[in-house]
Design a binder for this molecule. Sequence first.
Ligand SMILES: *Cc1c(COP(=O)(O)O)cnc(C)c1O
Length: 403
Amino acid sequence: MGTKLPLTGWSSVAIHGGHSAEPRHAHLTPIYASSTYVFDSAEQGMDRFTGKEPSYIYGRFGNPTITEAEEKIAALETFGLNIPAKAILHASGMGALATLFLANLKAGEKILTHFSLYGGTEELIHRVLKDLNIEAVITDLHDLAQAETHLKNDPAIRMVYLETPANPTLQCVDLEALISLAKQYGKKVACDNTFATPYLQQPFAYGADFIMHSTTKFLNGHGTAIGGVLIGTDIEFMKTIATKKHRLLGANSNGFDAFMLVQGMKTLEVRMERHCHNAMEVAHFLDTHPAIAKVNYTGLPQHPDHAIANKQMRHPGAMMSFELKKGLEGGMAFMNRLQMCVRAVSLGTCDTLLSHPASTTHFGVSKEEREKYGITDGLIRMSVGMESIQDILHDLDQALSTQ
Ligand SMILES: *Cc1c(COP(=O)(O)O)cnc(C)c1O
């Protein structure tokens, strides 16, 4: 860290955490655009490779811009916890998941997880891990007794994989209860914390072993780069097995993306406060609108996971989804009428983003299959942005007016 003063506030760590002084006095750590690093002598080359002199070797292994992003995220995920953690920055959230699963699981082993997961994660499980003979046991993790039955009776389960809040229904699972249960049976626990960010929720506080993020989303915050991070509390494991997998999979980040991420994370607290404030206003507006059948937002008392979200999150966050009464046609008409809010997948940018899963991300999935996961024809997913609230509400209101 660039300062010796003990940093006590969240944003102080977000701004200064992970920074080290630049040899040429640049204020910000520059974008290191160099594929390789120089050894002053053959002996120094040997020392770098054996780890005796921890420093940079080759761009696929990391660079100073990447290190700053990694140390900042690790500092934020452990803020106030006194738990050591090491982060490895990846080319994408999917890259971080590949390292997580391949570093922890061998053929014949299983993960225990739940129904509602990010689409890419689900496909990774079904199309890649399955072929490697790594199986996912999928169950409703709201049912703790059922989770315990699996953990107790299936010794092949090595890891519990949680995503909370989950995409796109905003389902939450109880981190404290599930992690302590998994620990009783000696299982590792990994948590996708992308929707919450470390500002709203800290899975390490409940004993999670790994956290992953798609840094593409709120951590970057401006939609300028794709990235992912894997953070673990077993430093030795992260330095050896996880680092090896990350390097050999070629899942490395790069200077530009890491630079954008570092600048984005500095404002995470102020951004999340604004995102969350706007989201609460939007949820209340939609909740009473006659064209809307249902709003999925854990900040509303009728959401089935309202209590769990309140227990483990500082605020319910800025992601929500809602169902239009007029189904597929209504959904497409609503999307077409938006004027300021942006029609796009992804989330966590300053701009409000809306997507219509039935006509886009889940178009290829049968209606029956979709509806099992709560993805109805008229479901709209919304990442509430940081624009002035009156303009977000105005745009939604006019887009809903023909429904
Ligand atoms: C986007 C996302 C991912 C995948 O991350 P990429 O950066 O797109 O590879 C994983 N989990 C969640 C919850 C996401 O939103």
